[in-house]
Design a protein around this ligand. Structure first.
Ligand SMILES: [Zn+2]
Length: 282
């Protein structure tokens, strides 16, 4: 609908510009004719004042097939705004991203925690984890969170992989997440944050914004609740936080978030779930 509207507006603007141009041209010709009376013939006057036929409607504008290729993935909210445009986030904003799910145990638990603290998040889902856990993936979206493409099978060293494999990973992940949740991911996170110029180019080709994070609390390595909590609570406005609901036992992450979410809110931070149309906490 947006594209249709903008096509209509640009068509309107174009006609106005053409109309203004015709008036200006007529004025210029008449002024010029006044200076050179010999050229002021009825024929030439008619020629300049005859209304032009209506401008043909411009061809419908199509959305660009690719996005601009970024040199680096998005790591902060300021990076995100530079990549997708739009007004800057309020200065107290922060984003939470949750990777590697959906998981039958940890995702529902984390969803309840997010609901309790009114925190929206971005879930970076793996296609083959959505497979078999479709209802949980739908619960994520039903709760108002956003989803990102985290590949089909979470291959390591994706930045060095062949283009054919990268394309397959992005496409299958995108299709599974979309077909299951109805949301079309706008963001792509490479497994382990493994990027390369070629991978950034492929992401743009799939119309996906490459997304990294500001700080890794390494919750995936189970370093202990205290460690995860300390790292996450130290978060500053404008950062993109990383934690995990999939990939194994996430009890440390879950326990940590029980402290971290209210602590960050108590610090006055506002959570935003990243997407093309970000959702702020309510
Ligand atoms: Zn991952």
């Amino acid at each position: 609908m947006d594209d249709h509207t903008s096509t209509g507006l640009s068509g309107y603007s174009r006609r106005r510009v053409l109309g203004a141009g015709a008036v200006a041209l007529g004025t210029l010709t008449l002024a010029g004719s006044a200076a050179i009376p010999r050229q002021r013939t009825p024929g030439s006057a008619r020629a300049t004042t005859t209304p032009r036929p209506p401008a043909p409607s411009p061809a419908p504008s199509k959305p660009p097939l690719t996005l601009p290729v970024l040199k680096e993935p998005v790591r902060t909210l300021a990076d995100y705004r530079r990549a997708v445009g739009g007004p800057a986030f309020p200065s107290d904003t922060i984003a939470l991203t949750i990777d590697d799910g959906p998981h039958p145990v940890w995702t529902p638990k984390i969803l309840r925690l997010l609901e309790k603290h009114h925190v929206p998040a971005l879930f970076c889902m793996i296609g083959n984890q959505v497979l078999g856990h479709e209802a949980i993936a739908r619960d994520v979206v039903r709760d108002g969170h956003h989803v990102a493409n985290h590949t089909w099978s979470h291959p390591t060293h994706l930045g060095k992989r062949k283009r054919k494999l990268v394309n397959k990973e992005l496409l299958r992940g995108q299709e599974k997440i979309h077909d299951t949740t109805g949301q079309t991911p706008a963001l792509f996170r490479s497994p382990g944050g493994d990027w390369s110029p070629g991978l950034l180019r492929e992401a743009a080709g799939h119309r996906l914004v490459p997304l990294d994070w500001s700080d890794d609390p390494r919750d995936w390595s189970r370093p202990g609740v205290a460690h995860i909590t300390r790292r996450l609570v130290a978060a500053r406005p404008g950062q993109i936080l990383l934690c995990h609901d999939g990939g194994g036992d996430r009890s440390q992450t879950y326990t940590s978030l029980k402290t971290v979410l209210p602590a960050l809110r108590a610090k006055g931070l506002t959570f935003v779930a990243l997407d093309r149309r970000p959702r702020l906490e309510v």
